[in-house]
Each structure stands twice: as structure tokens, then as C-alpha cells.
Design a protein around this ligand. Structure first.
Ligand code: ATP
Length: 299
């Protein structure tokens, strides 16, 4: 029997995701013998339900939520032998990962768009004992993005991040790090370190390198100068897609790395927007670890 599970985070986005459930259910019933819908009740439950779905050999797992919800679900899947095919549907506020695969941010339209016949495999990252699907990073600007609350995101959209980024800019702070990887090493000051599985956010390509979802690579950017001016040029180069050409940025492409803070400062790591790890960290790519459905090709 071909079974699918739909996990809905009713707290993500504008809170109206449940209105689209009948439409999704109707579509899925054409392809699956059994369709189960579960609304998550609290943070962390999505991860447990995803793990259970693996053990019950569920064929496909559809997820309606934003980046935080996807992050939970992939953590539930990552270490299981049987991993259902993931159907990602944009139910969050920003849906930054979904934007990499689908043009339509409207949930009802995305339900029409999803192609149940076309899948692709995507990379996953592991950082110590947790997993990420998009990026892991640390630094003051990151604190600014993670301190952006839901109400602000709802009201201002991506501008909410920009507002908090500018608030955080003058707070110069630098760590002393040692990074060792199979693509190069770096030892010295760093105010920010980003390790992306996909070197793209929204329409922004950070550099000319691949924006494939399964390159098997981590694209690491180290901002070596904590001065406000450097951060501003880094932001400009990020927008211009030439982050790896900035003289205050060390760009390294690798598949695994270790990173530590040499003065022993406590540094929190953000993974897909969730603060879940600390330095020192071992980070690696799990190539093509998750299979996902893609939206239909546009004519
Ligand atoms: N029933 C619930 N009540 C409150 N929080 C929940 C519930 N179910 C899940 N969560 C938590 O809600 C958090 C936020 O969800 P999510 O990030 O998907 O939405 P968002 O912030 O609107 O979207 P985005 O991150 O794409 O901007 C997740 O960390 C998840 O653990």
C-alpha cells in the first residue's frame, strides 16, 4: 500500500495553511492509497513524526511550513535507512529553501505545481550531531537574522532582516578561528563564517559558482575583517553575486571541514535559521541524501 503523510505546521506563515488541505488531499488521493494529515502541535514534534514515518516505511512525506519546519523534518529523516520522498510546500513566511525549487510562494498554487512524477536528490549537511539542508553559520549578522521575530517577518517580509542587519552592523566583533578542510585551510580573525550547501539565497547568487542542490560541496565564506565598512562591501558583493571576489572574504569550497575558536569563546552556530550547535564543529556534506519532488516544468 502506497501511503503518504502530510505534516502541517499551523503556526508558520500567516497561519492559514489548513485552508489548502482539502485541495492537497484531493491531489494526493489520485496517487496514494492512503493519505494521512497531521497538524504539528508544538516545536520539535515534526522531527519525531518524520522519524516515525521513516520507520513505518511511508512512501512520501509532504511538509507545509517554512524553513524551521523543513529543518525539523530533515533532522527526523537524516539518520534513518528508509527516507520518504519529501514534498516541500511553502507554508512559512519567507520559505527561503522552497524558493530554490519553486517559483510560486502561494500555497494553493504550489499544490497545483508539484509534480508527483518528478523527483531529484538533494544534499544534506551535518554539523556535529545535527543536520541542515541549506546553511550553517555564525556571526553578529546572523544573530540579527535569527532575532527577527515572526511578527516583524509577517509585516516587513525580507526587509525585516535588512532592518536588523543594519542595527547590528556597528557592533564590531571578531573571533580567532582555525578552519581545516579538504578544500583549503584558514587561521586568523573572522567576524562571520557561512557554509552553504547552495550558494544562492532568493534571487541572489553569492558568486559565479554552482547553485545546484546536489553539488556535494560546501561553499564557505569567511568575513575576515569585522569593520563596518567591510561588512557593507560584503553585503554589496553578496547582492552583486561576487562574494568570492571581496578582498575581506576568504572563499573555500570543500566537502568537509572542522572549525574551532582559538580563544575558547563560546560561539553558537545557526543551522537553517535555528541555533542548534556550538563551536568546535565538524561539518560535512551528505551527498544526495534526500529525494524531493519538484514543481512541474513551466512551458
Ligand atoms: N503547533 C505549533 N505551534 C507553535 N510552533 C510550532 C508548531 N508546530 C511547529 N512549530 C514551530 O514553528 C517554528 C516556525 O516555523 P517555520 O520556520 O516553518 O515558519 P515561519 O517562521 O513562518 O517560516 P520561515 O522560516 O520560512 O520564515 C518551527 O521552529 C516549528 O518547530
Amino acid at each position: 500500500m502506497k501511503k503518504c503523510l502530510v505534516l502541517v505546521n499551523p503556526a508558520s506563515g500567516d497561519g492559514k495553511s489548513m485552508e489548502s488541505i482539502p485541495k492537497l488531499e484531493k491531489r494526493l488521493e489520485e496517487d496514494f492509497d492512503q493519505v494521512e494529515i497531521i497538524e504539528t502541535k508544538e516545536e520539535g514534534q515534526g522531527e519525531k513524526l518524520a522519524q516515525k514515518a521513516c520507520r513505518e516505511k511511508v512512501h512520501s512525506l509532504f511538509v507545509i511550513g517554512g524553513d524551521g519546519t523543513i529543518h525539523e523534518i530533515v533532522n527526523g529523516l537524516a539518520e534513518e535507512d528508509h527516507r520518504p520522498i519529501l514534498g516541500l510546500l511553502p507554508g512559512g513566511t519567507n520559505n527561503t529553501y522552497y524558493r530554490l525549487i519553486g517559483e510560486n510562494q502561494d500555497l494553493a498554487a504550489a499544490i497545483d505545481d508539484i509534480d508527483l512524477k518528478t523527483t531529484t536528490e538533494v544534499d544534506l549537511g551535518q554539523c556535529n550531531d545535527r543536520f541542515f539542508i541549506y546553511y550553517t553559520c555564525f556571526g553578529r549578522l546572523i544573530d540579527a537574522t535569527t532575532s527577527t521575530d515572526g511578527e516583524e517577518k509577517e509585516r516587513l517580509g525580507p526587509m525585516a532582516y535588512v532592518k536588523n542587519i543594519f542595527k547590528a552592523l556597528p557592533e564590531d566583533e571578531s573571533y580567532q578561528i582555525k578552519l581545516v578542510s579538504d578544500g583549503g585551510n584558514y587561521q586568523g580573525p573572522a567576524s562571520h563564517v557561512y557554509a552553504f550547501l547552495v550558494a544562492q539565497m532568493g534571487n541572489l547568487n553569492f558568486s559565479e559558482i554552482s547553485s545546484s542542490l546536489s553539488s556535494g560541496k560546501l561553499y564557505v565564506f569567511i568575513l575576515t575583517n569585522a569593520k563596518t565598512a567591510s561588512k557593507l562591501t560584503a553585503l554589496k558583493d553578496m547582492v552583486m553575486g561576487q562574494l568570492d571576489k571581496n578582498e575581506d572574504i576568504q572563499a573555500i569550497t570543500c566537502s568537509q571541514l572542522s572549525i574551532e575558536e582559538l580563544r575558547g569563546e563560546s560561539v553558537d552556530l545557526d543551522m537553517d535559521g535555528e541555533m542548534e550547535a556550538k563551536l568546535p564543529a565538524q561539518i560535512r556534506v551528505l551527498p544526495k541524501h534526500i529525494r524531493i519532488y519538484l514543481p512541474k516544468e513551466k512551458d
